[in-house]
Design a protein around this ligand. Structure first.
Ligand SMILES: NC(=O)C1=CN([C@@H]2O[C@H](COP(=O)(O)OP(=O)(O)OC[C@H]3O[C@@H](n4cnc5c(N)ncnc54)[C@H](O)[C@@H]3O)[C@@H](O)[C@H]2O)C=CC1
Ligand SMILES: N[C@@H](CC=O)C(=O)O
Ligand code: NA
Length: 818
């Protein structure tokens, strides 16, 4: 025997009822004995309540509303019963509506709607839907019988939530089913008292009916047909990556539902659980899908936790005082007082110091809880043994649930680290000794971020998302987006990582879209949908969006953008940038950014500040962390100048080589920054700081290679004009070096705490002699690399190598966030 139950949306329209009929026919065709329970058509119960209230208020418009309800049922009859068989069903439906109209007329006359009357009015929902579907089945030749559950389910007279008398009910059900072999179509949700007065079963009522019937008949299974793909790992409206849980235990289902999962209401399934009946949650609108099995013990678990649940809005009450330490009975009195006042407690936490107890409740009970407790502990408060009672609102609870917690260690570590890395503060926490659930109380504004971050770390085999906000889409920014585009498939398939570009800004327009801006059409979208660029608004919006795993990518050379880094890091948003401005300002600024990132548990990464994609900063940080000491750095740190000195000579004009370097994307947005030595100055300054020498910008000694007229040119155009007329100056310099068999090299050095940059000539024996293209070279002499320095060499400027360095920084954040 199998019991099937179809919910409101499953029986809500002609089309969905067609599917229901075919599901039933398929079961019958297998020769399986089944019984079926129906809810009212979707929305009808609420409509009937509304109609009842309108009638009680003397609002005669209820008549129109009732017509609407009637029409929905008529439409089903017209749509699914052959014309020749329709009239008797129309008459039966009309008969029920006549009865309902009479009652409502009475309600409107007396202007009173008791719980008892409301139960009776609501009963029409299930009676109508079940009647109509039974007739449809009969018209198709199925031996079906309408079963009014009021004949077989007995409750007391607690209207709105009747208490079932199982002894009598089980007996009545068995007796009823012994009488007939026809398919029983049972009205969900309703029951009656011994006197025959109609009652209802409360929340999850039709599931309860199925569960009561299934348990009484000792069914092999119960199928709950609903409008979603079973129970999900998290609320799919909040977590886009949520997926169906294939198998879940009764206990887990209970825990998840306690924390708000609405697909099934396990307390109503208790009778079935008690008889060990397997439950399946299936989707009428996706019949091929496996759905969720709910069983005594879940099998084949792939993940250590089963699901994540939450309560959107709770209040946290805290009671504390030195007089509570070691005093027995305080918590007993506390919770008794709450219980006597019908205040339900959702979560309790007490530190072992016994100095305080906090618990969470529905916020609508917050004031009542304070009043009750202030009264209960008036004496202790008066004596100062209890400091007082405080309430914090705008909080949410997130709970991870799963039997896997009993067997595995490190689960709470993983939970708290996911929260920590996303800057989510945990206000209170509780773990039951059943080890089935760990709950955390957090700020309501962090709820969606927390759910997504936690879901990401626990359901690893699903794709994780990193949310990128890219400002500046010039050479490096646009190349980065292109690289992301080319890697999207690889990262998704091989690394289970989704790089979601959630924001983009150029100097004119900006666009933020948490659902992602595709790298294929970002230009069009920013142009068409973007709004006028405002950096403060961009940053503000990012912080408001509060997406998990957010990364701000600054691909500008803007000096003012840096002021936002603090704000971003402080909001637990990582920052990745090739822009050197932040790290080459004052030392205090540099160190403050490092500290903020550290404190907030996020990353500030800038490998491309020096040598573009070459692993220079990472190498230093690795050596420093492992205790090496830097004695000397010698380096060529300008891709532009390297390119110039590698290619200038012969018939080439200096100005043309500079223009070539610019065209190849080696120069700074303003090439004067390269030729003036300013860019190299920033780089050696950053290296100094990384190796622990706290220099200020003005302490870097830069010797100029440019003649005064070029150096002082007011605009980029004027600068190129001056270069045109200064060719001889550079040509002489180059020729002199060549004559000696040497090459011009602009070398930065750090030694004995002093940073210098000089134009030198080197002969063939010098390690810096053989360079080509935009090569950078860095030589580190350290205590460990003393006799033979550690050398890093390669292209140190250009779109591809720089963008890939930025990309690598982004990837290292993704592995950090796990
Ligand atoms: N080109 C290279 O080889 C390397 C460049 N870098 C650094 O990368 C950064 C970008 O360089 P490129 O892409 O070559 O320069 P670029 O000039 O091509 O791109 C910078 C873009 O940022 C935009 N921008 C400036 N301020 C902005 C703001 N407030 N909001 C939105 N957009 C803004 C500009 O309009 C421009 O489109 C610079 O900081 C540079 O120092 C670092 C290493 C190597
Ligand atoms: N303009 C810079 C680019 C890298 O930082 C250079 O030429 O090295
Ligand atoms: Na680098």
């Amino acid at each position: 025997m199998k019991v099937l139950k179809f919910g409101g949306t499953s029986v809500g329209s002609v089309d969905s009822i067609k599917t229901v009929i075919s599901i039933l026919e398929e079961n019958l065709s297998k020769g399986e004995r089944i019984a079926v329970v129906f809810s009212a058509m979707g929305g009808v119960t609420n409509r009937l309540i509304e109609i009842g209230k309108m009638a009680a208020a003397g609002n005669t418009e209820y008549v129109e509303f009732l017509k609407g309800v009637e029409e929905r049922h008529f439409a089903v009859v017209r749509g699914l019963i052959p014309v020749k068989n329709q009239s008797s069903t129309f008459a039966a439906v009309r008969g029920l509506f006549n009865e309902l109209e009479d009652i409502l007329r009475g309600v409107s006359w007396i202007r009173e709607l008791s719980e008892r009357t409301l139960d009776f009015i609501m009963s029409f929902g299930e009676r109508l839907s079940t009647l109509v579907i039974t007739e449809i089945l009969k018209s198709k030749g199925v031996a079906a019988e309408f079963c009014d559950a009021r004949q077989v389910i007995r409750t007391n007279a607690a209207y709105g939530m009747g208490d079932v008398n199982f002894e009598i009910t089980n007996h009545l059900i068995l007796e009823h089913f012994a009488k007939s072999t026809a398919l029983q179509c049972i009205t969900g949700f309703i029951a009656s008292t011994a006197e025959g007065v109609t009652t209802t079963l409360g929340r999850g009522g039709s599931d309860y009916t199925a569960s009561i019937v299934g348990a009484a008949l000792e069914a092999d299974s119960i199928e709950i047909w609903t409008d979603v793909d079973g129970m999900m790992t998290a609320d799919p409206r909040k977590v886009a990556n949520a997926f169906t849980i294939p198998s879940i235990s009764y206990a887990e289902a209970m825990e998840l539902s306690h924390f708000g999962a609405k697909v099934i209401y396990p307390p109503s399934l208790q009778p079935a659980f008690a008889k060990n009946i397997t439950l399946k949650v299936l989707n009428t609108f996706n019949t091929g899908f496996e759905g969720t099995y709910v069983q005594k013990s879940a099998n084949g678990k792939e993940y250590v936790i089963t699901g994540i649940s939450s309560i959107d809005e709770i209040a946290l009450v805290n009671i504390q005082g030195s007089g509570m330490i070691g005093v027995a009975g305080i918590s007993g009195r506390l919770f008794t007082a709450l219980s006597n006042n019908a205040i339900s407690v959702i979560l309790i936490s007490q530190a072992s110091s016994e100095h305080s107890i906090c618990f969470s409740i529905d916020p609508k009970n917050a004031q009542k809880a304070i009043d009750v407790l202030e009264k209960e502990f008036a004496t202790e408060i008066g004596l100062g043994h209890i400091d007082g009672i405080s309430v914090e609102k705008n909080l949410s609870i997130v709970a991870i649930v799963g039997e896997g917690m009993k067997k595995n260690t490190g689960i709470s570590g993983k939970l708290f680290s996911a929260l920590g890395k996303n800057g989510i503060n945990v206000v209170a926490t509780a773990q039951g000794s059943s080890e089935l659930n760990i709950s955390v109380v957090i700020s309501k504004s962090d709820l969606s971020k927390a759910l997504n971050a936690i879901h990401g770390v626990f359901f690893q085999s699903e794709t994780r998302s990193l949310n990128l906000f890219i400002v500046g889409v010039g050479l490096i920014g646009s190349t980065l987006i292109e690289q992301i585009r080319n890697q999207t498939k690889f990262l998704r398939d091989e690394k289970l990582l989704n790089l979601n570009i959630a924001g983009l800004s150029n100097t004119k327009k900006m666009l933020l879209d948490p659902d992602g801006i595709k790298p294929e059409n970002w230009r069009d979208r920013v142009m068409d949908e973007g709004v006028k660029t405002s950096l403060p608004a961009f940053v503000q919006r990012m912080i408001e969006l509060n997406l998990p795993n957010s990364v701000f990518v600054d691909c500008t050379s803007d000096k003012d953008i840096v002021q936002y880094y603090h704000m971003l890091l402080d909001a637990s948003i990582s920052v990745v940038t090739p822009n050197k401005v932040a790290n080459s300002g004052s030392y205090s600024e540099y160190i403050a950014l490092q500290r903020t990132a550290l404190q907030r548990g996020v990353k500030f990464l800038y490998e491309t500040n020096v040598g573009a994609g070459l692993p220079i900063i990472n190498t230093i940080q690795g050596l420093m962390a492992s205790g090496d000491k830097f004695l000397k750095i010698e380096a060529i740190l300008s891709g532009t100048l390297s390119y110039i000195f590698n290619n200038f000579g012969g018939d080439n004009r200096f100005v043309d080589i500079v223009k070539e370097a610019k065209a190849k994307g080696f120069t700074e947005p303003d090439p004067r920054d390269d030729l003036s030595g300013a860019d190299v100055g920033r780089k050696i300054l950053i290296l100094s700081r990384e190796v622990g020498v706290p220099l200020e910008p003005e302490e870097v000694k830069i010797s100029q290679i440019l003649p005064g007229n070029c150096l002082n040119a007011p605009t980029v155009d004027a600068f190129f004009g001056e270069l045109e007329i200064s060719n001889a100056y550079f040509a002489d310099m180059q020729a002199a070096a060549e004559a000696r068999g040497e090459k011009l090299r602009y070398i930065a050095a750090l030694e004995n705490g002093k940073a210098t940059i000089e134009l030198k000539t080197v002969d063939a024996s010098h390690p810096f002699y053989t360079l080509s293209g935009s090569d950078n070279i860095v030589s580190f002499t350290t205590e460990r690399y003393k006799d033979r320095p550690l050398v890093i060499k390669g292209p140190g400027a250009g779109a591809e190598v720089t963008a890939s360095g930025v990309f690598a920084d982004i990837m290292s954040i993704s592995s950090y966030l796990g």
